[in-house]
Design a protein around this ligand. Structure first.
Ligand code: SF4
Ligand code: SF4
Length: 109
């Protein structure tokens, strides 16, 4: 914190022309319910892994759409695949299936 009592956040702008949309395309094929997520956050609010870590499936979905795949790869392994989020998602997204498909995508690289 500086002498003014606040600090300026780092620039978070993303050049979408330089990010990869390959994972988004893969999920559209392998787990199309990914595309009906409305970012409500129910999955994150009730996440078992989120009780112990800063893991958030809503954030994962956002990172995938932004093409920030290095962060996705680091984060996705925190999921315990318990399936609670799948039961609670109001849009019927197969959230557990999304996580499994993301893991498979990185395994194939
Ligand atoms: S609960 Fe479903 S709709 Fe809501 S953010 Fe999670 S995946 Fe998206
Ligand atoms: S399956 Fe993963 S993302 Fe969903 S509630 Fe369980 S730990 Fe959280």
């Amino acid at each position: 914190m500086n002498q003014f009592g606040f600090s300026i956040n780092k620039d978070k702008s993303i050049d979408m022309d330089k990010t990869s949309q390959k994972l988004t395309q893969y999920l559209t094929t392998e787990e199309p319910s990914f595309n009906i997520c409305m970012s409500c956050g129910t999955c994150s609010a009730t996440c078992s892994a989120g009780n112990f870590t800063d893991f958030s499936l809503r954030r994962i979905n956002l990172l995938v759409l932004r093409g920030q795949l290095d962060e996705v790869r680091d984060e996705v392994n925190k999921c315990m695949l318990c399936g609670k989020c799948t039961l609670l998602c109001p849009r019927g997204v197969n959230t557990r299936g999304v996580i499994v498909a993301i893991k498979q995508y990185f395994d194939k690289l």
